[in-house]
Design a protein around this ligand. Sequence first.
Ligand SMILES: [Zn+2]
Length: 460
Amino acid sequence: MKITFYGGTETTTGSMHLLEVEQSKVLLDCGMFQGSRKKAYDLNKNFPFDPATLETVLLSHAHIDHCGNLPNLHEQGYEEKIFCTHATRDLASVMLKDAAYIQMKDSEYLHKHGKDAFGPLYDIMAAEKTIWHFASVNYHQKFRIHPSVKVEFFDAGHILGAALTKLSVAMNGKNVEVVYAVDLGRKNLPILRDPESVGHADYLIIESTYGGRLHTDISKAASLLADVINRTSERGGKIIVPAFSLERTQEIVYVIRELKKDKRIPNLPVYVDSPLAVNVTDIFRLHPECFDFETNQLLEQDEDPFGSAECTYVRSVEASKRLNGLPGPLIILSASGMCEAGRILHHLANNCSDPQNTILIVGYQAEGTLGRRMVDGAKEIKVFGDIYRLNAEVVELDTFSAHADETDLVEYVAALNPKPKMTFLVHGEPEARTAFQKALKEQTGIEGIMPRYGQSFELS
Ligand SMILES: [Zn+2]
C-alpha cells in the first residue's frame, strides 16, 4: 500500500491525498487550493493523476478546502461514489453550489474590468452533477470500498458531519489501520460532540493548523461574548459580527440564545444576514444525530437552539438593506467571515465609523484580508472603493476556533496505543507544522513526518 500527499502539505488549503491499495486508488478529500489566483487555478485544474482511474473518494467534511475541488474531479472523469456522512452530504451540496456561484460572480466582475484570464473553476451545473455522486453513511456504520478495505467514520468534533476516517486494510494476513484525522476539532464546542478516539492507528495523518498555538479556554467563550455585548449595548451601539456561514454562525447564535435565557445580556434583536447561513442552519436542524447531549436535550424540551423569537434570519436583499435603518442596540451576523466579500461589507461600511458600535471578529483572519487589517489596528478601511474611518471598537475572540490547538493535537496522538508506525503532519503553514513536530517529539517521542507535495510513502 502506498500514500502520496498532494495537498495541504505546506498550506492549510487543497487537502487531497492518494492511497493506493493493490491496483485500487482511493482519494482522501478533494479540497480547493486557495491563494494567488493563477497558481491556485492551475493547482485546482490540473490533477497529478487521472481522475478517471480513481475507484473511491472519501470526504472528511464540508469545508471548501476539503471538498471544493470535487466538481473538477467529476468533470475530468471521476464517475464513482463520494462517501461521507449524511450531514456532510447535505452541507457539501450547498457549499459547492455557493462556491460555484461566487466564482461565476467573481469571474463576471473581473471580466468586466478586463482582468479575467481564467474563468470560474466550475459552474453550478458541475456542482449539481457532483452532488449526485454523494453516498452517505452514518458514523460507525462500517462499509467496504474494496474487497480488502473497510472504512469507518468517527466523530471529528470539528463541524457538523465532520469525520475522522479509519481504513482497515487486509494485507498479508493482517489488518493495517490508516487513520485520516484532518480536520480535528475541539472538546466542548457548542452543539457538537467531542472528537472521538479511533483507538488504534498503524499510520496516522493529522492536521497541524494550530501547531505552536493555544486557544483561550472554550468555557470562557460565553463570558467573553457577554462582556462585548453588554458593553456595546450600554452605549446603544450595534455589534457587527463577520462570521463564516458554516458552523461559526450557528455556534454564536446558540451561545447568544443561552446568554439571553440566563439573563446575562439584554434581550436585544439578533439578525443573521446571509442566505448561505440560512440554508446551512436549515441543514443543522435536519441532523440531530450529530448533536451533543445538551443540544439534544434542548430539542427534547421543544426549544430551537438555532433561533428564538429574537433571532431573525434574513434571506432577501431588500430585508438586508432594511437593517441599515434600524437603531441599536442590536447584533448582526453576516458573511463572509474574513470580510472579503458578501453582505458583511455593507454592514461594515454603514457602521464602522460610529464609535458606539463594535466589530466582533470570531474567526481566523488570513493575511491580506480586510478582517486581518481591522484586527491589526487599521484606522480606516476601504470598502467598495470608498474610504471609511474605523472608529468602532474592534474585538477579536479566538475562543470559538473549530480546530484542535497544539495541546489537543499532541494529546490526541499520545492517546493512541500503541504508537503509530508513522505519523504524517499535514494541513498547516510551515511554521505551525514545525512547531507541532517539535512539541510531539518532546512530549511523546514520536517523530512526525512532514511530507512534501507529491511525496509518497510505502505503508506495510
Ligand atoms: Zn475544516
